[in-house]
Design a protein around this ligand. Structure first.
Ligand code: ACO
Length: 328
């Protein structure tokens, strides 16, 4: 009988450069007070010049591989979740494969914005359960600083760069496993949050190059409303599928977009704040990387122990949402 799929290792990587709210207020009309009150974000990381999404992802992956005991050479599958790929083609996962020296691995990207890491988790779990692959490296990596309009105060204060990774393999006797997953999409709301230019619908040309079309555009208030409802429902779905009660959950790791959204979800799930992991004050919203980074930090800080039940829940452009319940 299959024992399911376990997380054998986690890793994360944050670029060194810190951009504080005060730094931002020097070139855009904002303030530390506004950003902290409205979002909870105090600072974010910015990738160095020449450091692309694949570099961030590979560094996080190296740490996850080291912890997992699986070598790059043994890897069979690499999935990178990102909305800020190194290039439109090939996939960022191909660069990661090369950087890690994981020559045997099949590598591809998925684009599901902030939900991407949990989309990748569901996909990898199913592929391992089916017997198609015996292990998988899943990565959430973003260099959002390259796709933010630094003149638009309504978006540029929210985002940051970083990467997180996890190595998945079949669970052995006595090990934890992924108990339940949920993913969903509502394409009718695609207009709420997008990067309108740079794709086939709106190529960047000499005529529109100054319009900032290849940067993130968002109707923040609308996104906020959908985020709370979708994340609450998705979290409840995996809690129920896993046969858990709220009191069985030792840690909720929500997408790190806005402290007000996180508080609203914790209230609706009836989970006390000390069982909700928050690191967005340090990194802002790192989209697909956010849950992956938070999982690794919580794990390495000893906030997740063998036998604990944890729930991760995300929401992002698409609109997309996703959740996973895990017995560690
Ligand atoms: N500094 C100062 N003032 C600002 C700033 C800023 N950085 N940004 C906006 N303001 C002003 C606005 O212009 C507005 O001024 P006005 O009242 O004179 O018109 C006022 O502040 C209020 O703006 P709102 O947009 O109403 O502020 P709100 O409380 O809704 O907060 C925010 C905005 C933080 C974006 C919030 O709506 C939010 O977090 N939304 C969800 C975003 C999200 O979760 N995204 C997740 C997905 S990301 C992904 O998938 C890549």
């Amino acid at each position: 009988m299959s024992l399911g799929v376990t997380i054998a290792g986690t890793g994360s990587y944050l670029p060194e450069k810190i951009l504080t709210n005060d730094d931002l207020s020097k070139f855009v009309d904002t303030s530390d007070e506004w950003i902290v009150t409205r979002t909870g974000i105090k600072e974010r990381r910015i990738a160095a010049e020449g450091e692309s999404t694949s570099h961030l992802g590979s560094k996080a992956a190296e740490k996850a591989l080291e912890q997992s005991g699986i070598t790059a050479d043994e890897l069979e599958l690499i999935i990178v979740a990102t909305i800020t790929p190194d290039t439109l083609t090939p996939a960022t996962a191909c660069y990661v494969q090369q950087q890690l020296g994981a020559h045997k691995a099949v590598a591809f990207d998925i684009s599901a914005a902030c939900s991407g890491f949990l989309y990748a988790m569901k996909l990898a779990k199913r592929l391992i359960e089916s017997g198609a692959f015996s292990n998988a490296l899943i990565i959430g990596a973003e260099k959002l600083s390259a796709f933010v309009n630094w003149k638009d105060r309504t978006t540029c204060v929210l985002f940051g760069d970083g990467a997180g990774a996890a190595v998945l393999r079949a669970s052995k006797e006595g090990e934890g496993r992924i108990l339940a997953t949920d993913i969903g999409t509502d394409g009718k709301q695609a207009h709420l949050l997008n990067i309108p230019g740079g794709g086939s619908a709106c190529p960047i040309t000499i005529d529109n190059a100054d319009e900032g079309l290849a940067t993130l555009a968002m109707l923040g208030k609308e996104v906020f409303k959908h985020a709370v409802i979708r994340m609450k429902n998705s979290a409840n779905t995996v809690i129920e599928r896993a046969g858990l009660q709220t009191e069985d959950i030792s840690l909720v790791i929500p997408h790190q977009a806005n402290l007000r959204i996180i508080d609203a979800i914790a209230r609706r799930l009836d989970v006390p704040n000390d069982r909700v992991f928050v690191n967005l004050h340090k990194y802002g919203n790192t989209s697909a990387a956010a849950i992956a980074i938070a999982l690794d930090e919580a794990h390495r800080e000893g906030k997740i122990k063998r036998g604990d039940n944890i729930v991760m829940v995300a929401f992002g452009a698409g609109l997309t949402w996703a959740a996973a319940a895990i017995e560690w």
